[in-house]
Design a protein around this ligand. Structure first.
Ligand code: F6R
Length: 261
């Protein structure tokens, strides 16, 4: 795992967008794993800007999202399909047929989860997975006690997550209680993971995720065993990390990061 600390929220999100853009240019057929949430909005804004101003080409890439609420139709403004269309898909030249989210309206949800796993496999696996982190420590919607070997499945949202996202719904009773999410093992199979966390409210959970023991109580800790995971944070989200000096030293000295310094 590497930790990169950027001075501001914008610079953290811009670095993530730059890495995505570079990987996309290197491999136009890339299979991207995408996340939703407030943190990612700035990343998508930047990718849209790169598309408009620099011709960043999404036409051949394929995309799989981490999760979708159970019971929300694609045209529901709170569904993750709606979010992705709004923030990215409708603003770049991605072929919508190459964009995938689990169908939270499927009549057989377990079958939907199995098919989603197969679809990812048939695409050759995910090359680059974007991740946010929830206050519960979830990646995707892998709530506390999610098995480290879990696969795409229906997950009951934790009280903390309901509290985190209820503000998007007219009232808390309207928020779905379940979601389909890629599992922890599905995420660990991705060739490269980038976790972005910004703001003070993420500081405590980021410290646990990066420097704490690996535990199914905090799914993000599983990323410590991923062979290629980069955690990108702003100063506020980094404020409770013990090893900042070392992380900054690695960033300044590892040749891989030369083009990004
Ligand atoms: C969203 C997802 C979640 C979010 C996390 C952080 O697809 O999988 O894990 O990344 O809940 O959300 P924000 O960015 O709104 O704090």
């Amino acid at each position: 795992m590497e930790v990169i600390i950027r001075p501001s929220t914008d610079e953290a999100a811009e670095l993530v967008a730059k890495i995505v853009a570079d990987e996309l240019r290197k491999n136009p057929h890339i299979v991207l794993g995408l996340a939703t949430g407030r943190t990612m909005e700035r990343v998508y804004e930047e990718l849209v800007r790169m598309h408009r101003e620099g011709g960043l080409d999404f036409f051949l890439c394929r995309a799989f999202n981490l999760d979708e609420y159970v019971g929300l139709a694609p045209d529901d403004p709170n569904s993750y399909r709606y979010y992705m269309n709004k923030h990215l898909f409708s603003k770049v030249n991605i072929d919508l047929r190459n964009t995938h989210l689990p169908n939270g309206m499927a009549s057989d949800l377990n079958n939907e989860c199995e098919e989603y796993e197969k679809l990812i496999q048939r695409a050759g696996g995910i090359d680059l997975q974007l991740l946010g982190i929830g206050r519960s420590g979830h990646i995707g919607f892998n709530e506390p006690l999610s098995a480290l070997k879990s696969r795409t499945r229906v997950e009951l949202l934790s009280p903390q997550t309901i509290q985190q996202n209820a503000c998007f719904f007219e009232d808390i009773s309207k928020m779905p209680r379940c979601a389909i999410t890629m599992g922890v093992a599905t995420i660990l199979d991705c060739r490269r993971c980038i976790l972005l966390a910004t703001g003070e409210e993420k500081a405590e959970i980021i410290a646990k995720a990066v420097e704490g023991p690996i535990t199914s109580m905090i799914s993000a800790t599983a990323l410590q065993i991923h062979p290629r995971c980069t955690v990108i944070v702003d100063e506020l989200a980094a404020s409770k990390l013990q090893g900042c000096d070392y992380y900054r030293w690695v960033f300044m000295n590892d040749p891989e990061w030369g083009p990004y310094r």
